[in-house]
Each structure stands twice: as structure tokens, then as C-alpha cells.
Unconditional design. Structure first.
Length: 309
């Protein structure tokens, strides 16, 4: 039976680690598998719980970062150290139901897919404002990147080894895994599932954190915002030029100084805002270029039970 590597990013998940493992044991009782826990610089007892499980179970591996590098780095580290013919990426809080794994594996083999991924078809239990912005993100992302990222797409998936190898060939520092999974291609099947509440603990994702993550994803896969700022600047310049001609003609005809201090201030503030917005968009891309050129490691390992890491 092929080895299944289960990659599990963890950040302050001390309450979920053991519950997750027990669930995996029940679901994959007949499967040959290894679990790779990635401790992403947790400040609680997550690493202690993981090490306890690793000492009791030979099929549990772990990698502990020197600090919090983020989930994207944890995903990369897990994929890089997965040795299975199949690799499963899943969250530890059980919002990704492990019960889907056998179906995913069966679909990969019986229907000849390279990737079988899970897609949330409902957001029951989430604030409506969060659901609205999530829907808006997928709509905007697909429109400006010419990609077809499935709405509700998650990182939860089972992949063949060649897919993992293709992803690892892109060692960029600024990572947006959902986009990378789609960009590499391969035959993918989506399995729908209903939203599930966390089994324990609280999410570490804030609303602002999700907004920043969305911006990272857009910047990583398109330069359209730069084109938009250029287009807006061009249109406003044309309008300003036409308005200037209007002012000159009005003065020549009526010999009357143009009044309207409030109007002038509004125009100046509006144009200043557009300029600052355009500079901000340009700065975001320069920031990404600056970080990439440093060529810093995606993660730093503090300790691990994997010998050749």
C-alpha cells in the first residue's frame, strides 16, 4: 500500500493536536501513513503535545520553527519533507473533516486524478461580513488574474507526488498556496463539504489578517493593479486637461475670474488621493521584489525528529 504523508500546520493548537491524531487513527486504520506536524513557532504547549505523540508513535514526525513564519511557510516545509507517494494537506482543528481522506484517496486512484481537493459550499457559523468579503475576493481574484479558483477552495487536498514536486519547484518567499496549487495545473477534482466549527481553541486568523492575505494573493498572481492605477491616472489627466480648457474659454468669454475655492480643494484632494493610491500599489510590488531579492530562507528549523531535514 502506498505511503500517505499527512502535512499538518500548527500554530497555538495545543488543544487540537491529540484530538486530531485520534480522529486520523480512526479514519485511516487500514492505511499506511505518516503525520508531519509543523509547529509554526507556537507560544503554548503545542510542541510539547506533538513531541509526546511522536515518542509514542513511530509514524509521527515533526518540524518546529525558530519562530512564527506563517502557514504558507509551514505548508512548504511539510511538502518538502513528505516522503509519501500521496500527500495530504489538512488543518489540525478538524474544520477539514478527516473522514473525507479515504474518499479522496479512492478518487485519485480510481478516477485517475492528480489532485482531489475539498471546497466549502457553505459558511454556516461565520459572520456575514466575513462571508461577503470572501465571496468578493474569489470574484475579484478570478477576474483580474484570468484564473478559475473555485469559490470556497481550501488547502485541504490529497496530491500525487509529481504535483508536490511541481509546487516545490517554486521556492518563492511570498507564497499564496491556493494560487500555486491552481497554477501548476494537473487534473483536479473538487469535493464539496459543509462548513464545520473548530473542535477546540480559537482561530488565529483575524479579519485584517485575512484581508492582508487576500492582497498578498492578488499581488502574487497579477500586475493588473499597476495597470489600473496607470489607467485611472491617464483618465484623470485627460479630464483635468479638458477642464483647464473650459476655464480658459470661460475667462476669455466672460472676463470673469473663475470662482469656486471648495471645488478646487476637492479636486486637489481627489487627485492627491489617487496619486498616493497609485504610489501605494507600486510600493507593494516593490516591497515584494525587495523581499524576494534578499533570498532569505522560507523557514528556519529549530528542532525536528526528521534526520535529513
Amino acid at each position: 500500500m502506498d505511503l500517505l504523508s499527512i502535512v499538518v500546520p500548527c500554530f497555538n493548537e495545543e488543544e487540537s493536536v491529540e484530538i486530531f491524531f485520534k480522529e486520523i487513527q480512526k479514519v485511516l486504520a487500514d492505511q499506511n501513513y505518516e503525520i508531519i506536524y509543523i509547529n509554526d513557532g507556537s507560544s503554548d504547549n503545542t510542541l510539547k503535545k506533538i513531541k509526546k505523540l511522536a515518542n509514542e508513535n513511530s509514524n509521527i514526525k515533526y518540524i518546529s520553527f525558530s519562530r512564527n513564519f506563517g502557514k504558507e511557510s509551514a505548508i512548504y516545509a511539510g511538502l518538502k519533507n513528505a516522503s509519501g507517494d500521496l500527500v495530504c494537506l489538512i488543518d489540525v482543528d478538524l474544520q477539514h473533516p478527516p473522514s473525507l481522506i479515504p474518499e479522496m484517496i479512492e478518487t485519485v486512484y480510481n478516477e485517475d486524478y492528480d489532485v482531489v481537493a475539498a471546497r466549502r459550499v457553505s459558511r454556516k457559523g461565520e459572520p456575514k461580513i466575513k462571508s461577503f468579503f470572501s465571496h468578493l475576493f474569489y470574484k475579484v481574484f478570478n477576474r483580474i488574474t484570468n484564473m478559475d479558483l473555485a469559490e470556497g477552495a481550501t488547502d485541504y487536498r490529497v496530491m500525487r507526488k509529481p504535483v508536490v514536486d511541481a509546487i516545490l519547484k517554486m521556492p518563492e518567499y511570498n507564497r499564496f498556496s491556493k494560487g500555486l496549487f491552481h497554477w501548476v495545473g494537473f487534473n483536479t477534482k473538487w469535493i464539496p463539504y459543509e462548513n464545520i466549527e473548530r473542535v477546540a481553541g480559537e482561530t488565529t486568523w483575524s479579519f485584517w489578517g485575512l484581508v492582508q492575505y487576500s492582497i498578498e494573493g492578488i499581488v502574487a498572481f497579477t500586475t493588473i493593479p499597476l495597470s489600473i492605477s496607470t489607467f485611472i491616472g491617464t483618465i484623470i489627466s485627460i479630464i483635468a486637461f479638458i477642464y483647464m480648457i473650459f476655464i480658459v474659454i470661460r475667462y476669455l468669454i466672460y472676463s470673469d475670474p473663475v470662482q469656486g475655492y471648495p471645488t478646487i480643494m476637492c479636486v486637489i484632494l481627489f487627485l492627491g488621493g489617487i496619486q498616493l493610491l497609485s504610489i501605494g500599489v507600486l510600493g507593494k510590488y516593490l516591497e515584494k521584489t525587495y523581499v524576494e531579492t534578499k533570498n532569505r530562507p522560507i523557514f528556519i528549523v529549530k528542532e525536528s525528529n526528521i534526520d535529513d531535514i
